[in-house]
Design a protein around this ligand. Structure first.
Ligand SMILES: [Fe+2]
Ligand SMILES: [Fe+2]
Length: 368
């Protein structure tokens, strides 16, 4: 008996304990163009199946040691061989045997004596199905590989985009900081004021449980509150003595000028910065400037900034005044709650006293 193992042929493992049957199947399958590998019992057959992974198994049912049903269960129970179609060859054409065979995974039956044309037709049909399944499996695996590759590429592109966005955001914030510092340098000699007041504003917004996007925007927009001072003449901005009425009205213009500088953008950050620039000197009771707005007519970000800005102005030395003690400044915020300041913003500020003091003590150096 010859075992043929040509690569381009379908391989069929034939298992039967009767040498005459093996000879018959071997000859027939070879004649049909298949490579046949024979085994004399189920155990030997299973060993060969696990080694060669044939395209089809043709097995007798009644055999010593391991019968056709047991072999079928072993092949179908192993993920490496479960897809190999099995034809059970049986002398029993009773219904129960056929149902038992099907229930343990057999794909087809041949009843002895086996007719060569029927053998050829059944083998060919099962091999066609097997080829199609193999093709789909390879196709699916290839698709999965491609999807996984594309997903990796997309993730990488997304990561790069995130980095670019972060860099873009960082460079925008850097520009904002530099511009704000430029305006601030003209009267406070320091960028430390805008650092501290923006931290205070962020702390208030956090204490008020505002959405994190809004908190971020307050942190980054509040440093621009006095950007309009770029246009305020030095003799007014740096005057150590009391301003005249006319000088005050020029000074108050920095709110409108800041609003103009920041207006017209679609960026929420700059829209908020414009509201803060114009609204940070408004007062809750309507006695502020430039528009004399009151209560909730003053944008929330401006109400928050007002508390932060005034507290830092009070606790630092300016050309026209000495620094107040922290205690006295806290007292001022408390007393002005409901008149100068929105009570909700003042409360949030006073509630987080330790956080505020911490910012005050850890800020950048005055000669920043
Ligand atoms: Fe201002
Ligand atoms: Fe300020």
């Amino acid at each position: 008996m010859t075992d043929s193992t040509k690569q381009d042929k379908h391989t069929v493992v034939v298992i039967d304990d009767l040498p005459s049957n093996l000879l018959y199947f071997n000859d027939a399958l070879t004649r049909f163009g298949y490579a046949a590998i024979t085994a004399e019992n189920g155990k030997q057959g299973l060993e060969k199946i696990n080694i060669v992974h044939p395209d089809l198994i043709l097995t007798d049912v009644n055999m010593p040691e391991m019968d056709g049903y047991q072999l079928c269960e072993a092949v179908k129970g192993n993920p490496a061989t479960e897809d190999i179609p099995i034809i059970l060859v049986t002398a029993q054409d009773d219904r129960d045997s056929l149902i038992r065979g099907l229930s343990i995974g057999a794909d087809d039956f041949l009843i002895k004596p086996v007719n060569p044309s029927e053998l050829q037709a059944r083998v060919r049909n099962l091999l066609l199905i097997k080829d199609y399944r193999d093709h789909m499996k390879r196709y699916t695996a290839e698709l999965e590989t491609q999807v996984s590759l594309r997903t990796q590429e997309l993730n990488q592109a997304f990561e790069e985009l995130k980095q670019v966005n972060l860099q873009l955001k960082e460079s925008t914030l850097d520009t904002i900081r530099r511009l704000s510092t430029a305006a601030e340098h003209r009267d406070t000699d320091t960028g430390a004021h805008i650092w501290r007041m923006s931290q205070y504003a962020q702390a208030i917004a956090n204490e008020m449980k505002l959405p994190s996007d809004t908190v971020d925007n307050i942190l980054y927009a509040s440093p621009m509150h006095d950007v309009g001072k770029i246009a305020t003449p030095d003799h007014i901005l740096l005057k150590p003595s009391k301003l005249t009425k006319e000088e005050w009205s020029v000074m108050e213009e920095h709110t409108f000028i800041g609003e103009q500088i920041l207006s017209g953008s679609a960026q929420p950050l700059l829209v908020m910065a414009g509201e803060i620039a114009c609204g940070h000197h408004e007062k809750w009771d309507g006695s502020g400037y430039p528009r004399g707005l009151s209560n909730e007519n003053i944008p929330l970000a401006a109400r928050i900034t007002a508390v932060a800005d005034v507290f830092d102005a009070l606790t630092t030395k300016r050309v026209y005044k000495d620094a107040w003690t922290t205690e006295k400044a806290f007292e001022y915020i408390k007393n002005q709650s409901g008149s100068h300041f929105d009570p909700a913003c003042a409360d949030a500020f006073l509630k987080n006293r330790s956080g505020i003091v911490n910012i005050q003590q850890t800020g950048p150096d005055q000669d920043h």
